[in-house]
Design a protein around this ligand. Sequence first.
Ligand code: FE2
Length: 379
Amino acid sequence: MHAHKKSQKIDKIVPEAADFLPLLGTDHVELYVGNAKQAAYYYQTAWGFRPIAYAGLETGLKDRVSYVLEQGKIRLVLTAPLQPDGAINAHINAHGDGVKAIALWVEDATKSYEETIRRGAVSYLSPTKREDEHGAVILSGIHTYGETVHIFVERTAYDGVFLPGYVAWDKPYHAASTGLLHIDHMVGNVGWNEMHKWCDFYANVMGFAQLVSFDDQDISTEYTALMSKVMSNGNGRIKFPINEPAEGRKKSQIEEYIEFYNGAGVQHIALATHDIIATVRALQERGVAFLKIPASYYKTVLDRVGTIDESITALQELGILVDKDEEGYLLQIFTQPVLDRPTMFFEIIQRKGAQSFGKGNFKALFEAIERAQAERGTL
Ligand code: FE2
């Protein structure tokens, strides 16, 4: 175990996180999907997102359609192609549905672009001004792992519903919120021996620093192993754990992801809630499927984490996991993959002091994932 186990308070542990790329938060996450209308219905009905904005044929687009959904501070953009060929089709053909863009909210998209390009980022979109009657935004973008990109969004001079080109989208039917608040972290899976390269990218190009580290001894089961490092920006609002597969007796879940996604990409998006029992109960009632945790987990979990506020019976009924660190504890649960390919999934997380990521749960979690892999014949 080479990880430093001192305080994980971000402002203490990331003194070296640089200031050349101040990030205000996650602006939005854009998925390229085969059928945006139906995906939008899924995220509204099952997850309780609200319809916010739309762009498509009716707004003058010829080649694509996008639906924007919101819950708390989480904004999802679902984009599908309307024509054959083109970049969106190629992305879907290679990867299936998945995250294309992690858009970051900045005060200066031009400076963000110049500072990261100067440090070695590959350009995706040079600074571009987009305007409509509600004002102007500046967008720029760089490549990260796989075909995933970061878009820098500067919206100080804009008061429209989302971005120029989008119109307000509302419908008479609104599913109730499930209590999701904001993105806690977003995890990238990268290929064999690529974790350090991408951690270096976040450190050197984007000024992030490493939060917690663990080695494959910490996260392995009989069959599978991975290595993971967590990169955070200076104010701790943006946290990107990076996973790579490690040698195990059988194919790891990271390898399965890389195989089906055809390369590196976003593995999971962790969404925060203040009441994980209510959130997960609502999601399960609406048909969202989670990983099943064995009853044996709940026999010993309190020995490991100590006293908690929640009823262990309720946690066991829903399959919610508990972990602790020096600063408190956290509750978390993982969905099954939400796409046809066994690629992206969601995590629901409630932090009660703990600033870590549930390392103590990895073994229980991996074993649950392996049971699902065995059912798919991909272990
Ligand atoms: Fe996570």
